[in-house]
Design a protein around this ligand. Sequence first.
Ligand code: SF4
Length: 360
Amino acid sequence: MHISDLRHRLRSLGALPVHEDRVLRRWAMAQPQEGGRKQLQHFLPLALRAELPAITDELAGLARLHSEHPGDDGSARLLVALRDGQQVESVLLPPDRPKRRPSQATSGGGLCVSSQVGCAVGCVFCMTGQGGLVRQLGSAEIVAQVVLARTLRPVNKVVFMGMGEPAHNLDAVMEAIQLLGTGGGIGHKNLVFSTVGDPRVFEHLETLGQGEVKPALALSLHSTFARKRAELLPRAPRFDPAGLVEAGERYARASGYPIQFQWTLIEGVNDGDDEIEGIVRLLSGKYALMNMIPYNAVDGLSFRRPSWERAAEIARTLHRRGILTKLRQSAGQDVDAGCGQLRARAQAPTRRIAIAVAQG
Ligand code: SF4
């Protein structure tokens, strides 16, 4: 289900824009439809009131909690059941801790959501990539992951870094972002669109009009060498790393949010001094942040994470050379944190669908 379908249905029941917005806002905020200052019987059209319990039930059925897997770091991986029996993963990220009082957590945390069941990019180190694409998520199914998470914990940031490549489901992801950034109450820079780099994403973001929600952008780089990157991300658009950084820089300057470059650090693959030199060459002077995340081992794949000492040394070197770098643990490492592993354990392999990927 898409949010636009839901809007049409509400309109067919006599809803005006103000009614539509109220129903969608209370859903996105995980609040009951009956609450609030305005009593439903004085506000909503009769036909809509009569249908509202059924609509509420349908929305609740879009994403149900199959299982929750808390990590030691305050994160929790959620295996989410969709209405057709498919499953995706969402991750509750540990709450932010203010720098001045690190012992105090803020009231809300982040959520990493999935945009597809499976993924067509086929990154060689990723469990989700091994199974191919199963199906797209509707925009309402994406928002429903946030609604579900909000029944467990406050959510004030949403990153599109779960299963799937958001660029391959662009319309649905952007529709979800528009609702989350308005009625859903999430600050625009706290909506992070993550992509391997697809020209369609830059074209779309550059044409967003005044009043539309402009998300922050995260770009998966993983190597500064075009050939190696193509081997790691075999079905990503053939964006030269330098071209990708330049496209990101244009959006960062236009949006006012730095680009977050993602780098899965894999031993013997992209943790060498040649890559450090490449990162310094590409990112010096850019409005950007490098997030390095040591690899999480995946069953059946031979890739390994480097030692924490080596990872810390790389981050320190980059910092010393002027590249703002954060070394992060992937949330919930102790609970099969590699993207797609919970789902892979819970489900038998499903059918693959090939989709067209724009070549840059
Ligand atoms: S890392 Fe992301 S883009 Fe690559 S295959 Fe996995 S889900 Fe897809």
